[in-house]
Design a protein around this ligand. Structure first.
Ligand code: GDP
Length: 295
């Protein structure tokens, strides 16, 4: 992901480093290219503006212009600011003092919630946790079955109530069953809709009230580009989410959403989905992504 941005940045850096000494004009023209590359990568324009201004402030300072290795310093400034933009240090998954930790997943239909629920369960299981899955996607008929099949594959118990349309009831019952079974994590796979609407938000608020999750993670398809940012904003306004899961980052997305969400919504990306398989999940490490982009 963000391969094009990486290539563009490397070209810009090569030019900057080639100058030996940097004039204010050199920096300005490099910044112009940084700005264009970010916009091309589909990063939110306000985020781009702020980002470029920050770099300008730091780079136009005496030190960069008169320093021994100005090009290198410029690269370091861009690197540090990109890491900051992506959320700075790693955002960790909460673990509550008392078991189980409840993680509620929310998102639109097709975002990859059910897949992520199973991926996360396996991820936690590998860490020695005892996850429990709860299937409350009462709108997509196949979702509960899908979760059950995935649960069997990874040997994680799944609570579903076939035929029930009561998402809140399924979640509360599921939580109780998970407690009885000494689960350390309960993952609630909630229903999505094709679009954000009032009834979806009400249902999610209801589930939140009934289960008091320690983490509400919004699962967003990175392929929808800037809409991912708008979506995260509206879910955050209604539910006060704790973090975002960006799925389908393995596709040829431009990835700008990844670079915009933290800055616009104020909530960190916690996980990324990089494929359809159950192991295609990664904890999100801003500095790792930046070093991948900057090479
Ligand atoms: P839900 O409606 O939100 O529960 O979405 P699903 O979990 O059923 O996923 C919808 C589609 O996206 C399925 O075909 C998944 O295999 C696919 N999918 C989910 N996560 C990823 C991912 O990280 N990468 C890719 N390429 N496909 C994914």
């Amino acid at each position: 992901m963000l391969d094009n941005l990486g290539t563009r940045f490397q070209e810009i850096f090569k030019k900057v480093k080639g100058h030996g000494k940097l004039s204010e004009d050199n920096i300005k023209s490099a910044l112009k290219e940084v700005r264009l590359s970010l916009l091309e990568a589909d990063v939110n324009y306000k985020v781009v503006k702020e980002f470029v201004n920050k770099i300008k402030e730091k780079a136009v300072g005496e030190e960069v212009i008169t320093g021994i290795n100005p090009g290198q310093q410029f690269v370091k400034i861009v690197n540090d600011e990109l890491v900051e933009l992506l959320g700075g240090t790693n955002a960790r998954l909460t673990k509550s003092a008392k078991n189980p930790t409840v993680i509620m997943l929310a998102g639109l239909q097709g975002a990859g919630k059910t897949t992520f629920a199973a991926k996360l369960a396996k991820f936690l299981k590998k860490k020695g946790e005892r996850p429990y899955l709860v299937g409350a996607d009462v709108y997509r008929p196949a979702a509960m079955k899908q979760l059950q099949v995935l649960g069997e594959q990874i040997d994680v118990p799944v609570h579903i109530q076939e035929g029930s349309k009561d998402a809140r009831g399924i979640c509360s019952d599921g939580l109780n069953v998970a407690k009885e079974n000494n689960a350390t994590y309960v993952i609630l796979d909630t229903a999505g809709r094709l679009h954000v609407d009032e009834s979806l938000m009400e249902e999610l608020k209801d589930i939140k009230k009934a289960t008091r999750p320690q983490e509400i993670l919004l699962v967003v398809d990175a392929m929808i580009g800037q809409d991912a940012v708008n979506l995260a904003e509206s879910f955050n306004n209604s539910l006060n989410i704790d973090g975002v899961v960006l799925t389908k980052l393995d596709g040829d997305t431009r990835g700008g959403a990844a670079l915009s969400i933290k800055a616009v919504v104020g909530k960190p990306i916690k996980f990324i989905g990089i494929g359809e398989k159950i192991d295609d999940i990664e904890l999100f490490h801003p500095e790792r992504l930046v070093s991948r982009i900057l090479g």
